[in-house]
Write a protein that binds this ligand. Structure first.
Ligand code: DER
Length: 232
């Protein structure tokens, strides 16, 4: 499909453009676009010289499946570069992430990397967060705080607030890789994502938000008509 081609084009170009010669510690994100990042890194002649740090269970499997060396963030807290997908990117490279429920470890790895690169298809390009991605801001919370956090998010102006359910996959709420719950809170178009992140992060029970502000140094978008667009 056009979307899959776009994901692959963005991921391959991001890897080909960004490998510092002596890169060793590589953060690998979660989701469907970063699959192509792991694939491309697995094709590099010096692939055995890297140690790849995952952002969750799926990411860990991706590293193993591509024959890459797996490491932990506890052993290697200083990464050379990290690649990850996003649900939406604005022109200042602020991101909404967490569609795949992996936002906590994604943010931990992104914050540990000297360089954080986003790879995405054309659907993720946006001029204001909350415009293209209308499923709300993903927020990881301590499970027993969900009633309190829901109340507080309503006070903050969230229009709809949903405790993410497992649907057909699981009766009851989604449990993250860190044994927490996820809330999706719709704030509409987000003019000041930094301010919103700070307000949400300060609520008791919130572990982390899917608003990534000032973290990405570049975003590669695979275009619908082919080709790759770079925002920096
Ligand atoms: O949850 C996330 O932030 C993931 O990176 C994910 O949303 C990226 O989505 P993708 O499957 O479109 O790459």
């Amino acid at each position: 499909s056009l979307v899959e081609k776009a994901k692959k084009a963005a991921a391959y170009k991001a890897v080909d453009d960004n490998f510092p010669p002596n890169a060793k510690y590589i953060g690998i994100g979660s989701g469907s676009t970063v699959v192509y990042v792991a694939e491309r890194i697995g094709q590099l002649p010096n692939k055995d010289s890297f140690i790849c740090i995952p952002t969750g269970f799926q990411s860990k499997q991706l590293i193993i499946d591509n024959g890459l060396t797996l490491g932990t963030i506890e052993q290697f807290p200083d990464l050379d570069i990290a690649f990850d997908g996003a649900d939406e990117v604005d022109p200042k490279l602020s991101l909404i992430k967490g569609g795949g429920a992996c936002l906590f470890q994604e943010k931990l790895v992104a914050a540990s990397a000297k360089k954080f690169i986003v790879v995405a298809d054309y659907r993720k390009e946006s001029n204001v967060l909350g415009k293209q991605w209308t499923q709300g801001v993903p927020i990881e919370i301590v499970p027993n705080s969900y009633v309190k956090v829901t109340k507080d998010l309503k006070q903050l102006g969230a229009k709809t607030i949903t405790l993410r359910q497992g649907g057909k996959a699981k009766a009851g709420p989604v449990i993250t890789d860190n044994n927490n719950f996820l809330i999706d809170a719709d704030f509409g178009e987000i003019e000041d994502p930094a301010d919103l992140h700070n307000k949400i992060k300060s609520l008791v029970g919130v572990v982390e938000t899917g608003l990534f502000i000032g973290m990405a140094s570049a975003s590669y978008f695979g275009e619908e008509a082919g080709g790759v667009k770079l925002w920096t």
